[in-house]
Design a protein around this ligand. Structure first.
Ligand SMILES: Cc1cc2nc3c(=O)[nH]c(=O)nc-3n(C[C@H](O)[C@H](O)[C@H](O)COP(=O)(O)OP(=O)(O)OC[C@H]3O[C@@H](n4cnc5c(N)ncnc54)[C@H](O)[C@@H]3O)c2cc1C
Length: 407
């Protein structure tokens, strides 16, 4: 009941321009935003609560995203993709995450963590074999770096691959793989030089390869519509032709993927935060206590103001980071870490504030805000925790204090 009322009120406020959405985009990006927003609000939002409750993967929605070109948004047209830029990808993830953050991360992993490194590091033969399948949505992608013993310290991985003739033989267990249960293609990072601690290589492994099985499925606090699993490799043989980049270049490829992936997670966080703000603002207008609407109380106004300030700042940083990525600017490392930490903490802040504005009903499954809070938390953890982002920002500034000055 609450959900239905606030949703229609929110739409009214958006149409009247009462609830701001942010920035002047050029015509192409504005059209993209409008069309993905329509799909997200009309199709993705429907059933999000049920998928969350059941821990159900949104298979039909992901198929539709593939058919519409959103699963390969940055793939060049010669490989069957939409040929758009990083900003376009961020807009898609934000709008999808506004409706369902699980769908947002599934799309973000597909594009930022897998397609982008393939575009940058794969050879022409690999690109023509893999990209058309990824771009059409025939292949769902996963990115597998983390293990039980190596998370923030990715170089400590133990899953290994040995060259045997013209095949790599992989053994070990990976953990925390988003899309692990459903993916068709996995960008996998393995140790290939057992004596060198910080050396890894990158392989593209098809899920159907013998010797690869899906292990434990995690039962999570949030983003419950996306799967997170172990992947177990037992003498899994992968053609040497599937080595991405050079042998020993794996950590560089992984960090490049995560460097872009952070922008996707920041976009996911902004989508969650914007949804929290819209719901809180419309409820504050509608709910009356002491003969007044909540929106007339200054304590509530401050919450709305604080939420909107943080969202606007997050989006400005994100768009700046998208520009840097498009220009291959090395300062992306610092700015990407800044937006990841700020946007993710903004998402948790806004979801928390939204629950407070709703009062008791905000604490219940009936209102979307409680799911937003559960979904927001992961954005502070995956693709580099907030602590690791702060380390990255601090290291960049200590190395070159002038990097904070505007160019
Ligand atoms: C739902 C979900 C989906 C995920 N999806 C993927 C995926 O698709 N692919 C993939 O490869 N991984 C994935 N991950 C893994 C994720 O990236 C890691 O969980 C994350 O990098 C943190 O690693 P960890 O869990 O091992 O924590 P740890 O590295 O053990 O860290 C624990 C705590 O210590 C802090 N810490 C660690 N080192 C330092 C330091 N040097 N200074 C200060 N603080 C420090 C951390 O910030 C954190 O607070 C996923 C995880 C989850 C929960």
């Amino acid at each position: 009941m609450v959900a239905a009322t606030t949703q229609s009120l929110t739409e009214g406020l958006m149409a009247e321009g009462v609830i701001p959405f942010g920035y002047e985009l050029d015509e192409e990006h504005a059209m993209l935003r409008d069309s993905i927003r329509k799909f997200a609000r009309e199709v993705v939002m429907r059933g999000a609560a049920e998928r969350d409750a059941r821990g159900e993967f949104p298979a039909e929605i992901i198929k539709q995203l593939g058919d519409m070109g959103y699963q390969g948004i940055c793939v060049p047209p010669e490989y069957g993709g939409s040929g758009m830029d990083t900003l376009a990808s961020a807009i898609v993830v934000e709008e999808l995450s506004y409706a369902d953050a699980s769908v947002g991360v599934i799309n973000s992993v597909q594009n930022s963590l897998v397609i982008d490194p393939v575009l940058r590091f794969a050879n022409d033969d690999q690109k023509s074999r893999w990209l058309p399948r990824m771009a059409s949505g025939e292949w769902l992608n996963a990115f597998s770096l983390s293990e039980a013993g190596s998370g923030s310290d990715a170089g400590a991985m133990s899953c290994s691959a040995k060259l045997d003739g013209d095949h790599w033989v992989i053994n070990g267990t990976k953990m925390w793989v988003t899309n692990g249960a459903e993916a068709d293609a996995i960008l996998l990072f393995v140790r290939t030089e057992p004596t060198e601690r910080r050396s890894a290589s990158c392989l593209l492994v098809e899920k159907k390869t013998p010797g690869l099985t899906v292990g434990k499925h995690e039962d999570k606090l949030g983003i419950r519509g996306s799967s997170t699993t172990e992947l177990i490799f037992e003498n899994c043989r992968v053609s040497a032709a599937n080595l991405v980049g050079q042998r020993g270049q794996g950590l560089k490829i992984a960090l490049t993927g995560i460097g872009g992936g952070r922008l996707g997670i920041a976009a996911q966080a902004i989508g969650i935060a914007q949804c929290a703000l819209d719901r809180a603002a419309s409820y504050a207008l509608q709910r009356k206590q002491f003969g007044k609407s909540l929106s007339e109380f200054q304590a509530i106004q401050w919450k709305i103001a604080d939420m909107s300030v943080r969202i606007a700042a997050s989006r400005a940083l994100l768009y700046r980071a998208c520009d840097l990525k498009g220009a291959d600017d090395p300062d992306l490392m610092r700015v990407g870490a800044m937006v990841k930490v700020f946007a993710s903490e903004t998402a948790s802040f806004c979801a928390n504030q939204a629950i407070q504005v709703f009062g008791g009903i905000g604490y219940c499954r009936e209102e979307v805000a409680e799911r937003l809070l559960r979904d927001a938390k992961i954005t502070e953890i995956y693709e580099g925790t907030s602590e690791m982002q702060r380390l990255t920002v601090a290291e960049a500034i200590i190395k070159d204090p002038a990097c904070v000055l505007p160019t």
